[in-house]
Design a protein around this ligand. Structure first.
Ligand SMILES: Nc1nc2c(ncn2[C@@H]2O[C@H](COP(=O)(O)OP(=O)(O)OP(=O)(O)O)[C@@H](O)[C@H]2O)c(=O)[nH]1
Ligand SMILES: [Mg+2]
Ligand SMILES: [Zn+2]
Length: 306
C-alpha cells in the first residue's frame, strides 16, 4: 500500500512489488489500484508500506474500488505515541528497514533531542537508522556529526542541487522512511531522488512560518536504483511512551552486560548505576554512557519541547 487518503488505500500491484501476486498480469505490468477496507478486517489498521491482499475489481480503472481483505505479517512497524502520557501507539509506516532521520543544519535549526527520540524509535522498531543532514549550504555539519559519532550512526550530508550519489547508494534496494520536523527538506530530497515524484515542497516564509506542514500524508515511491522511499509529513514531536529501558539498552551491546550489577529497577541515569564504575574502570567509552543516558532521558518530558 503506497498511499492513503480518507479511507481510500492506493495499492501498487505488479511485478517486482514486494508481496504482490502477479499471476494473470502481463510481465512488467504495474497498476495502481484504489481499495477500501473490507469488513472482515475489522478494526485492524492499514498503513503505508503494508503488503495487502486485494479482492474485487483490481483492474485499477477509473472509478473502480477493490477491497483489502488481508494485511500480511509485517517485518517492522515504525510507531510513535501522540505524547509521553499517552500509551496509544500510532503506527506510521510498515515494513521499512531503514529510518532516515532528516535534520536541517539550519532553518529550522537542528534539535538533538528530536534526533535522539527518532533514534530510539528506530531501535524500538528494529529499523536501521541513517542520519541525513540537509541544507549544508546554510551551516556546517561538524558539531552535529561529533555528537552522534559515539553512537556509530551512519550519516550523509546533503544540500539542494548537490550530488546525492552517496545517499542514493545507501537507499538502493531498501525500504526507507524519511522522518523529521516540517521544513527540513524531506520532500525536496524525494523529488531529487525520484524522477516525476512531484512532491509538493513548501515556500517557507521564515518570518511568518507559514508554509509549514506541506506534506499531509505518507507516500511510498519507487527509487530508480530499486528500493522504496517513503515521504512522511513533518512531525512536531515523537512520543516514546511505549519504549522500555531495555529496548534502548539493546542498542548498546558494549554496556548491556555490565547492567547486571545495577540496583533493581535502575534507570541508568543516577550515580548508583553500575555503568558509572564500569566506564570509570575503562571497560567502555564514557561517551557511550553519555549517549545512552541522553537517549534514555529523551523519552521523558513533553515531546512538544523538541
Ligand atoms: N537552503 C536550502 N533550502 C532547502 C534545502 N532543501 C530544501 N530546502 C527548502 O526548505 C523548504 C522545506 O522543504 P520541504 O522539502 O518542503 O520540507 P519537508 O521536510 O518535506 O516539510 P513537510 O512536508 O512540511 O514535513 C523548502 O522551501 C525547500 O526549498 C537545501 O538544501 N538548502
Ligand atoms: Mg514534505
Ligand atoms: Zn544502571
Amino acid at each position: 500500500m503506497v498511499a492513503v487518503d480518507r479511507g481510500r488505500y492506493t495499492c501498487l500491484v505488479g511485478e517486482g512489488v514486494p508481496g504482490t501476486e502477479t499471476s494473470g498480469r502481463r510481465r512488467g505490468e504495474r497498476t495502481l489500484v484504489v481499495a477500501m477496507k473490507a469488513r472482515e478486517l475489522g478494526r485492524k489498521g492499514i498503513v503505508v508500506g503494508d503488503r495487502v491482499a486485494l479482492v474485487g475489481d483490481v483492474t485499477g480503472q477509473p472509478d473502480t474500488l477493490a477491497r483489502v481483505v488481508r494485511v500480511e505479517e509485517r517485518t517492522s512497524m515504525l510507531r510513535r505515541s501522540a505524547d509521553d502520557t499517552d500509551d496509544i501507539e500510532r503506527p506510521i509506516v510498515a515494513n521499512a528497514d531503514r529510518l532516515v532521520i532528516v535534520t536541517a543544519l539550519a532553518d529550522p535549526p537542528p534539535r538533538p533531542r528530536m534526533i535522539d527520540r527518532m533514534l530510539v524509535a528506530a531501535f524500538d522498531a528494529d529499523i536501521e537508522p541513517l542520519l541525513c543532514l540537509t541544507k549544508s549550504d546554510l551551516a556546517p555539519a561538524g558539531d552535529l556529526v561529533a555528537l552522534y559519532e559515539p553512537l556509530g550512526v551512519p550519516y550523509v550530508v546533503v544540500r539542494r542541487g548537490g550530488a546525492l550519489d552517496e545517499l542514493a547508494g545507501v537507499l538502493a534496494d531498501r525500504i526507507s522512511v524519511l522522518v523529521g520536523h516540517s521544513g527540513v527538506g524531506k520532500s525536496t530530497l524525494v523529488n531529487a531522488l525520484v524522477p516525476h515524484a512531484r512532491r509538493a515542497v513548501s515556500h517557507v516564509n521564515a518570518v511568518t512560518g507559514r508554509g509549514r506542514h506541506t506534506s499531509t500524508s505518507a507516500v511510498a515511491l519507487e527509487l530508480p536504483e530499486g528500493g522504496w522511499i517513503i515521504d512522511t509529513p513533518g512531525v512536531r514531536s515523537f512520543g516514546l511512551a511505549h519504549v522500555s529501558v531495555e529496548t534502548v539498552l539493546a542498542a548498546f551491546p558494549d554496556l548491556v552486560d555490565a547492567t547486571a550489577g545495577c540496583p533493581k529497577g535502575c534507570t541508568h541515569l543516577d550515580d548508583d548505576c553500575a555503568l558509572v564504575g564500569y566506564v570509570a574502570e575503562g571497560h567502555a567509552d564514557p561517551a557511550r554512557l553519555e549517549s545512552l543516558r541522553r537517549l534514555l532521558a529523551s523519552r521523558e518530558g513533553a515531546p512538544d519541547e523538541d
